[in-house]
Design a protein around this ligand. Structure first.
Ligand SMILES: Nc1ncnc2c1ncn2[C@@H]1O[C@H](COP(=O)(O)OP(=O)(O)OP(=O)(O)O)[C@@H](O)[C@H]1O
Ligand SMILES: [Mg+2]
Length: 363
């Protein structure tokens, strides 16, 4: 996917701006708090239909304005396309694709494939297990829509069982719920198993390339119950594990085992990344992971995603930075940083200077 053009009006600190990107590397630079991230936020709306910074669409409307408009012209799946989003205070946002209104927000998903890396993404490594599960769930849903259904079923059963557990249930009653948890949970686990088996080699290779040969990263699925070959075997194993914990769960008053407790493990040079990796190593690992996620999506859809990098250059040394930007294999990059000369880029590059909500192409 290639973004050709972005137009914004009354969006964050921009009254009006238009940006024309090049197919290669686009470097947006400027001092702090000038509006660099705001541009990536506007673009990301087309990928995700919501901001990566706020759950409140209204926050993106310029102070004192009533509505904000964001438009783009882009090339994806072999053709030129346009999309438009209008945010209104206190109302639902309006979406248009190729000029035609979209009824549901979800219709936009998949149209504007991109991967985003913002400093918050480091939480995938340093944050709580929920952050990693959220990453996993959204990454799998993006290329296996049926996953979302299986997960919802599992979480519904899990919640109902937790209500039961709070009221000191009969053991037999619990087994009925365990059976249902095992059936839906096994599907969730099998999707996760497939996802990690494909993601891991891509992420490891990306990390090796960015960091150099001396350093290797591994990411793996760490489920709360061992993975099995088939869904049926998985359901059996999960049911057995749940039954084994039955007394402990009644005692604890909550459900102790199953996919809601799954983890994802990162190691750098064989050591747990969270405890032993440096900031730069963690950043390299997190960026590699996000790019690998994009590559997986590309394998599925045939469309290379654009790469949006918000402020990732701090903490990566010059070698890692330059490597990262020179080896995207033709994918478009749009990145923000504070210094114009923060990176040496080979190939086509366009520079944009941002100051107080104004963007100028700089030569
Ligand atoms: N709804 C809004 N209306 C007007 N201005 C806003 C709105 N939301 C945020 N801003 C302003 O946008 C600016 C921040 O923009 P942005 O996050 O893009 O900065 P940045 O250039 O990425 O800075 P940094 O280098 O610190 O990351 C702030 O000055 C903030 O006050
Ligand atoms: Mg910023």
């Amino acid at each position: 996917m290639r973004v050709n053009r972005l137009y914004i009006q009354d969006f964050r600190n921009y009254k009006e701006a238009e940006v024309t990107f090049c197919p290669g590397v686009n470097l947006i630079y400027g001092k702090n708090a000038q509006g660099k991230t705001n541009l990536l936020e506007a673009l990301w709306l087309f990928t995700n239909a919501k901001s990566f910074r706020t759950a409140q669409d209204g926050e993106m409307i310029r102070f004192s304005a009533e509505s904000a408009t964001v438009k783009t012209g882009y090339t994806a799946f072999g053709r030129d396309q346009t999309a438009e989003i209008i945010l209104n205070t206190g109302k639902r946002k309006l979406l248009r694709l190729g000029g035609a209104p979209l009824e549901k927000t979800s219709e936009l998903l998949g149209q504007f494939p991109a991967v985003l890396f913002s400093p918050d993404e480091l939480h995938i490594i340093t944050g709580a297990p929920e952050v990693r599960r959220r990453f996993t769930d959204s990454a799998i849903s993006a290329f296996r829509p049926a996953y979302y259904g299986a997960l919802r079923t599992y979480l519904r059963v899990w919640k109902q069982k937790n209500v039961l557990l709070k009221n000191t249930p009969e053991k037999e009653a619990l087994s009925v719920w365990n059976e249902q948890m095992a059936q839906s949970g096994a599907k969730v686990m099998q999707y996760r198993k497939e996802f990690f088996s494909r993601l891991a080699p891509l992420a490891a290779e990306m990390h090796r390339q960015v960091a150099g040969k001396e350093e290797y990263m591994e990411v793996s699925y760490a489920p709360s119950v061992p993975v099995k070959e088939t869904v049926e075997m998985q359901a059996e194993a999960l049911f057995a594990a749940l039954e084994k914990k039955r007394d402990a769960e009644i005692y604890a008053g909550l459900s102790l085992v199953g996919p809601h407790r799954d983890e994802m493990k990162f190691t750098v040079n064989g050591k747990d990344a969270r405890s032993f990796a440096s900031q730069g190593q963690m950043k390299t690992a997190a960026v590699s992971l996000k790019i690998a996620q994009g590559m997986l999506l590309e394998e599925e859809t045939g469309e290379p995603p654009a790469v949006f990098l918000d402020d990732i250059l701090g903490e990566l040394d010059e070698e890692r930075r330059n490597f990262l930007l020179s080896n995207m294999h033709g994918r478009q990059i749009i990145l923000t940083c504070t210094e114009r000369d923060a990176v040496k880029v080979e190939g086509e590059t366009r520079y944009f200077h941002v100051e107080d909500g104004t963007v100028c192409i700089s030569t």
